[in-house]
Write a protein that binds this ligand. Structure first.
Ligand SMILES: NC(=O)c1ccc[n+]([C@@H]2O[C@H](COP(=O)([O-])OP(=O)(O)OC[C@H]3O[C@@H](n4cnc5c(N)ncnc54)[C@H](O)[C@@H]3O)[C@@H](O)[C@H]2O)c1
Length: 348
């Protein structure tokens, strides 16, 4: 039997319940020993429901008392930095939900804290753990696409402004659709492209739906009164190696149905997902390659399986801090470009 990994979860809202709790419960020799939520009663209720021994309203108290090996930070974005740094300083490895933070400066402080503590900070970019993503990455690393010169990262929802939490408040989340869901497709596409160094962005954001109360709301109504973020962001990113990437992310828009699409074009092949197709020229023929037998997985559970392997020292974290900081730097630059109406250099 492997040594038991003791886990604490900070924030017991949507993503903790939907992804982290079942994710850890699916791992052998891992115990969730404590929950923490700042709202009184919330952690206790979750502890009862999921059979977790301890509940706290203050994560510093939890970290001081529970001798945890690993912590998930599942709070809204404004609390990622402090909770993550506190957990790292308490000697824990951290899985922090995406985006890493409200902005690049906070992200840098978190990465520095991980370096100082000698612990891993993995960010919850679970889209990388999709079997199609892993397949594209393997093909890219094997050189099947040649030089990847273009990427397209799209996540468009028809009516998908979050109806819970604080997603619509800039001061608590750092932004709206762009930072919330754009982060997933941007990260995945950059990863496929081999994380080229970003140089500049030209971006725009829109808020055409968030404040409206005249729309059909089949999934419930969001907090229109406090809505002060973007519900769509678009950008072109230029890289040092000459590659470009187009990003489109929206919570709401007049399209037939919500969808995500990630596409890469290389000198020797291209790929699109989902569903995954790979396009090449082989022996004088244009071919389309579709994978067979890819497993159906819960990507969050796979992400947590990987995190636990990292905690045990059995794997190197495949979500590298430098890559995550580049993602955040691009998002910050897009927001700045949207504000100024100008191309903005990506600074790290
Ligand atoms: N990877 C994904 O697919 C995915 C999906 C949804 C949300 N998320 C991310 O997860 C995070 C949380 O989102 P959510 O939907 O669970 O939100 P939520 O509002 O449902 O839950 C957040 C919880 O954190 C608690 N909290 C806030 N500040 C705290 C603090 N200082 N200490 C302890 N608890 C605190 C809140 O009381 C709440 O219960 C966000 O960063 C979001 O971007 C990721």
């Amino acid at each position: 039997m492997a040594k038991l990994v003791r886990v604490g979860i900070i924030g017991t809202g949507g993503i903790a319940r939907f992804a982290h709790i079942p994710g850890y419960k699916a791992q052998p020799d891992v115990e969730i020993v404590a929950f923490c939520d700042v709202v009184p009663g919330r952690a206790e209720a979750a502890a009862k429901e999921f059979g977790v021994p301890k509940a706290y309203t203050d994560y510093r108290e939890m970290l001081a008392k529970e001798q945890l090996d690993a912590v998930s930070v599942c709070t809204p974005n404004f609390a990622h930095k402090e909770a993550t740094i506190a957990a790292l300083e308490a000697g824990c490895h951290v899985l922090c939900e995406k985006p890493i933070a409200m902005n690049l400066q906070e992200g840098k402080e978190m990465v520095e804290a991980a370096r100082k503590a000698g612990k891993t900070l993995q960010v919850g970019l679970n889209n990388r753990f999709h079997p199609e993503s892993l397949t594209i990455k393997r093909f890219a690393e094997a050189g099947e696409f040649g030089e990847i010169y273009y990427g397209e990262a799209v996540y468009l929802r028809r009516r998908g402004i979050p109806t819970w939490g604080v997603f619509t408040q800039k001061e608590l989340q750092g932004g709206g659709a762009l930072i919330d869901i754009g982060v997933h497709v941007l990260d995945r596409t950059l990863w496929f492209m081999g994380n080229p160094k970003p140089v500049a962005v030209m971006g725009a954001t829109y808020a055409n739906f968030g404040k409206r109360t005249d729309l059909a709301t089949p999934s419930g109504m969001w907090d229109a009164e406090r809505f002060n973020v973007d519900d769509m962001g678009v950008a072109m990113v230029r890289f040092e190696n000459g590659a470009t990437l187009i990003l489109k992310a929206s919570w709401d828009g007049h399209i037939e149905d919500s969808f995500t699409e990630t596409r890469i074009l290389g000198t020797h092949g291209g790929a699109v997902m989902s569903p995954l197709k790979i396009f090449k020229d082989m022996h004088g023929t244009m071919v389309n390659i579709t994978p067979a037998g890819l497993p159906k997985v819960q990507t969050h559970t796979k992400e947590i399986e990987h995190f636990i392997a990292v905690v045990r020292g059995e794997a190197e974290c495949m979500v590298k801090p430098e890559e995550v900081l580049d993602v955040q730097a691009i998002l910050d630059a897009i927001y700045k470009s949207a504000e100024t109406g100008r191309e903005v250099l990506v600074e790290r």
